[in-house]
Ligand binder design. Structure first.
Ligand SMILES: C[S@@+](CC[C@H](N)C(=O)[O-])C[C@H]1O[C@@H](n2cnc3c(N)ncnc32)[C@H](O)[C@@H]1O
Length: 430
């Protein structure tokens, strides 16, 4: 080889294989791209495009380093085909750029623009044909809009890392309200990405993510639901995206329920806010292990209180203070993790200030109009035998694990001087 010849590393992808990419080496990037595109023959649909190219000092050495580093992400050992998603691409690029033999970046593909939703006018039935009124449509739109908030990757990571790793061993994780990995990161849920990236480390057997067709389907046209399956075999990772006929992708679709009941071991997601009641009911009835995000105040609401009383659910470790909106802007959230997986020595229990009633500062204890003691700021009386009212925070911090129980399965709104206060939970020392 000519010593002065330049050396390059490239990451390339075929448009028909969006879940894979090839990482290779060449002395001539233009020629190599043409070779790939000649290989696919006359097919205009399957076009190869570079995702990343760079110049290096010794392409074979860098190529070998990539093979070593990402061996578990190769589709088959004999080829340089690697699993692709935007997170992984970042990893590959970061690794190459930090290699001592890296010289300079030549090209990196910019993030794709969001796909536009096409509405094919000819096949659009009228509102009347669909049995809908203008008002139904607006309500559907509003509901769908209120559900479109997305979990940050770091929130998923922070929570899952708190649990014993062995709970995931050989398990099938089911994310039943999650857009699975797409070529555009903004269309992938953080849950899917987290489990794919940590699949081996957690020792998972299978990941199934179902996509709900209705979220963008404001016109009730039945956008397609799909089932995405990800498994690791002796030949590497395998993924499958199926669009079963008539499948809506809804968590209560018969196929989703079949997966839930027959395949899933652990369910993880942030379900739609507008359907929390139905979602929890199905989830808890399934008897499966779960780790889900929901509103911080669930425990004050009548439909949920019994689940907590019956110990069918308890708070996970962390609160969730931010979501992304569909424009990927951070917005405030009032979420919390909920689970039925054992909690190890909950760190937040130390926020509970359990002490004799007389030691609780006056401003943090008062009596409501029906003479029920109300304590706040996580102060808890240790010597009070009667029922008292707390806000959700001490419960989420583990009060029920410290010898206290919820004593009323209905909402409780204290009144002070006739003024209604925010909902509390009535508890008592066991
Ligand atoms: C709060 S968002 C969270 C999305 C994703 N799980 C995450 O954590 O980023 C809830 C999602 O559920 C979808 N959804 C709405 N109704 C659904 C249903 N019946 N079944 C499954 N998913 C649904 C919405 O379109 C929305 O994308």
């Amino acid at each position: 080889m000519d010593e002065n010849e330049k050396q390059y590393i490239y990451i390339i992808q075929a448009s028909l294989e969006p879940s894979k990419c090839k990482i290779g080496k060449t002395n001539d990037l233009d020629r190599r791209l043409k070779e790939y595109n000649n290989m696919t023959g006359k097919s205009k649909e399957n076009i190869y495009q570079y995702l990343f190219t760079c110049e290096v000092v010794d392409m074979s050495a860098v190529e070998n380093a990539i093979k070593d580093e990402f061996s578990f992400l190769r589709e088959v050992k004999s080829k340089e085909i690697y699993f692709y998603n935007p997170e992984l691409l970042n990893k590959y690029v970061k690794f190459i750029k930090s290699h001592p033999l890296f010289i300079k970046e030549i090209f990196i593909k910019k993030e794709e623009k969001k796909q536009e939703i096409k509405i094919v006018k000819k096949t659009t039935p009228s509102l009347e044909e669909r049995g809908l009124s203008q008002k139904d449509l607006l309500q559907n739109a509003q509901k769908a809009k209120n559900d479109e908030f997305y979990t940050r990757y770091e929130d998923v990571e922070k929570e899952i890392e708190m649990y014993d790793k062995n709970i995931w061993e050989d398990k099938c994780v089911f994310c039943n309200c999650d857009d699975a990995v797409d070529t555009d990161e903004r269309k992938s849920s953080a849950f899917s990405l987290y489990f794919m990236r940590n699949f081996r480390e957690l020792g998972l057997r299978k990941l199934i993510c179902t996509h709900y067709g209705g979220g963008i389907d404001l016109f009730n046209q039945g956008a397609k639901g799909y089932v995405y399956t990800y498994i690791f075999t002796k030949n590497g990772f395998k993924e499958l995206k199926e669009y079963p006929k008539g499948y809506t992708g809804s968590f209560d679709d018969p196929l989703s329920l079949k997966i839930l009941n027959e395949e899933a071991d652990i369910v993880c997601t942030n379900p739609p806010f507008s359907k929390t009641i139905e979602y929890w009911q199905i989830l808890i009835e399934s008897g499966k292990k779960f780790l889900v995000i929901s509103n911080i105040a669930n425990i004050t609401r009548p439909t949920f209180i019994t689940y907590f009383i019956n110990e069918q659910v308890w708070a996970g470790y962390n609160r969730v203070d931010y979501y992304f909106n569909p424009k990927r802007q951070l917005v405030d959230a009032s979420g919390h993790w909920y689970t039925n997986i054992p909690i190890n020595d909950r760190p937040k229990r130390k926020h509970l200030k359990i002490m004799p009633l007389k030691d609780i500062p006056e401003k943090h204890k008062k009596y409501d109009d029906s003479k029920i003691l109300m304590v706040d700021d996580c102060y808890i009386p240790s010597d009070y035998k009667k029922t008292f009212a707390v806000s959700v925070r001490p419960i989420l911090n583990g009060l029920l694990e410290k010898g206290y129980k919820i004593i009323q399965d209905k909402e409780y709104y204290p009144y002070i001087n006739g003024k209604k206060k925010f909902a509390r939970v009535l508890v008592q020392k066991i």
